[in-house]
Write a protein that binds this ligand. Structure first.
Ligand code: NAP
Length: 291
């Protein structure tokens, strides 16, 4: 069994991006990420801190715009996003989710210019992914991170049985599409899947994004499988843990991501990759692929 070291791979990716950002700066292009945070959700605060830290270490310009929930409603937030859409100095716009309940999330995501949608959550960017890998321009950062970590360890996807547990719009569904684009045979499971273990046991590559601590147990995993644990949960002992019962599952696997230190850092690094991509395209260094 080998650990898929997301921290290491994310640092390698960050270093590569640092070089690219330096070449942009030499051409007077200063890639900039702007994050909007409404409220003081502790998990969001922590995610934003790690995004800021990595953005700065890669050499990106970074701006955090904070609002209290009372200061913002849906219309006001859309207005702010439109201002950023029109700001040529901003290349990436990220609205930290979840938003307070009185703000309607789908309308907010829809307001982001797809060219600056570095989270890859707009219908435009999600829809384009269906075409092929060539059109995965601003892909959602978490599934993109999974692909990058598999690539980094030279794990073949082509022809493999890939099972994704979890079907959210931001992780499970795009993950399934990205694996399918790379010629895996893909099954995406959700809360109504019958006999989940029968599905997961077929997986050569098992990606889990459910949000339930230690949900995947050793009996649900095939000997030699590659297991990618996207989940971030707080276990009964108060420690961060994934969706996979790591201690008992790991010995059966060929490769497995730890939590923390697996998908989490890869997600943040892939956000930076998307900001660099967006800056490249917005500055006319590449053109958008359209069908
Ligand atoms: P989500 O929106 O809550 O979606 C969870 C998915 O799991 C849903 O599709 C749900 O099915 C499915 N599910 C729930 N119970 C199930 C069961 N018993 N069997 C099979 N599927 C089941 O969550 P998410 O945003 O995708 O996130 C999932 C986890 O990943 C969370 O722990 C989150 O914190 C973590 N996460 C980590 C990162 C990272 O950077 N590492 C990024 C994003 C998310 P239905 O569709 O039927 O409801």
């Amino acid at each position: 069994m080998q650990i898929l070291d997301g921290k290491k791979v994310s640092q390698e990716l960050a270093l590569k991006l640092q070089g690219e950002v330096a070449t942009f700066k030499a051409q007077n292009i200063h890639p900039k990420l702007t994050i909007i945070l409404v409220g003081e959700d502790p998990a969001s605060e922590s995610y934003v801190r790690s995004k800021k830290k990595l953005a700065e270490s890669v050499g990106l310009e970074f701006d955090l715009i904070r609002y209290t929930p009372e200061e913002m409603d849906t219309a006001q937030l859309i207005e702010k996003i439109q201002e950023l859409n029109n700001d040529q100095k901003v290349h990436g716009i990220l609205v930290q989710l979840p938003l307070p309940k009185h703000i309607y999330e789908p309308e907010i995501i829809k307001a982001i210019d797809p060219k600056k949608d570095v989270d890859g959550f707009t219908a435009y960017n999600l829809g384009k992914m269906f075409l092929s890998t060539d059109f995965e321009e601003l892909a959602p950062c978490t599934p993109l991170g999974v692909i990058r970590i598999l690539e980094s360890y030279n794990i073949d996807i082509l022809g493999k049985e890939a099972v994704v547990v979890g079907a959210s719009n931001i992780v499970g569904k795009p993950m399934g599409v990205m694996l399918l684009n790379r010629k895996a045979t893909v099954t995406i499971c959700n809360s109504k899947t019958r006999d989940l273990a029968a599905q997961t046991r077929r997986a050569d590559i098992l990606v889990v994004a459910v949000g339930k601590a230690k949900f995947i147990t050793a009996d649900m995993v095939k000997e030699g499988a590659v297991v990618i644990d996207v989940g971030i949960n707080r276990g009964e002992d108060g420690k961060i843990c994934g969706d996979v019962d790591f201690e008992n599952v790991a010995p059966k696997t060929s490769f497995i991501t730890p939590v923390p230190g697996g998908c989490g850092p890869m997600t943040v690094a892939c956000l930076m990759e998307n900001v660099v991509k967006a800056a490249r395209r917005l500055s006319g260094l590449t053109t958008e692929k359209t069908s």
